[in-house]
Design a protein around this ligand. Sequence first.
Ligand code: ADP
Ligand code: ASP
Ligand code: MG
Length: 426
Amino acid sequence: MGFGQKVESAGVSRLVMKFGGTSVADLERIRRVGRLVAAEVAEGKQVAVVVSAMSGKTNELVAWTDGAGPAAQGIDPSDDEYDTVVASGEQVTAGLLAMTLRNMGLKARSFLGWQVPIITDEAHGKARIDEIPAENLEKAFAAGEIAVIAGFQGVTRDGRISTLGRGGSDTSAVALAAAVGGACDIYTDVDGVYTTDPRIEQKARKLAKISYEEMLEMASLGAKVLQTRSVELAMAQHVPLRVLSSFVEPGEAPGQGTVVCDEEEIVEKRIVSGVAYSRDEAKVTLYGLPDHPGVSSAIFSRLADANVNVDMIVQSHAKSVNAANMEFTVGKRDAERAMQIVKQAQAEIGFEDAAVDDNVAKVSVIGVGMRSHAGVAKTMFSALAEKGVNIQVISTSEIKISVLIAAEYTELAVRALHAAYGLDKL
Ligand code: ADP
Ligand code: ASP
Ligand code: MG
């Protein structure tokens, strides 16, 4: 991946500030964003700003594309026009913020993805950034201009508009920070990264620091405060990353926010740092599978060919007969397609029956301290048992344990685990 030349600009520090949907939800909030930006400029920094669409706007645009309907029979399905539609929300806020900054007496101009350009691959709807040539931004910096960049969008090499997946403005911001050699501040509607979603557990505590690795797990396991790809990129490109609230006036809350940093920079070690949850799960069960080599490969290669991401997998052997049952999870949006694919292969693979359940949720505990501490799983399982929550599937990695449970227990499970690891007393 190429992110342009890192420019060492003698003594001038560079900052990319990103404002999410609720932070630019109306003109009053956009004016407050303007004041936050002006304060950084006044400190002598070279500033670029990334904005999301006004809150609710992207959902509305997505609903319109759904309303236009899926590709008719015989027509190739493609998300390129979906991208043209959903990218439009960010165009509005980029223009409005640039106008607001000008009205405050600052030099500013908007940039759409193609004007930067933010060059992506062709995976419309979930594109990845390939390259950001920094020349145009350098020109803006040199002219003392604040570049206000539409988040979430890019351009393919053949000139089509692309988008980076939901929550993608975080990734735009980190990638731009990497491209210009700056730090990245993500302004949002909470004042940092918490031990769990503060909307679900009021006792959630703000973390002053969190390691890139833990943040990456938290994000990929459902904590939507940062898009997963943005954390991956910050970690790989060593971008200093901070999450903080846009609902304050400049200077009002010094030291607020959460710094995402290397593990070594965190003095206070915790065993578990957070609890995350995702309701975007569906479980597929295959009953009566033949118990011989090649069966899993036959199933999962078909799913992979169709671009269906599989997450948790368990296989259990029936006691008496030479057969097995298998359960695996996929994203809710992929559930129907996954069922179609396995059913089409039923005769060939030779299983008896298949079922899908999308009334499930995944709850996970995350912490680098798990590497060196025993008993983390035991605490999780007994806390859930005490609340009568049945565990359907378990998966673990070095720094996380995830369980699949019935969706109606999500909040109960999150709160029980938050308490069980003492996170409300941090
Ligand atoms: P933005 O529109 O600014 O990008 P998002 O809605 O994408 O904001 O992300 C912020 C939200 O993430 C918060 O309002 C909060 O409900 C949710 N969230 C989930 N898990 C966490 C967590 N561990 N810490 C902080 N916020 C979290
Ligand atoms: N507006 C886009 C979304 O709602 C991108 C973002 O907010 O990060 O997903
Ligand atoms: Mg977001």
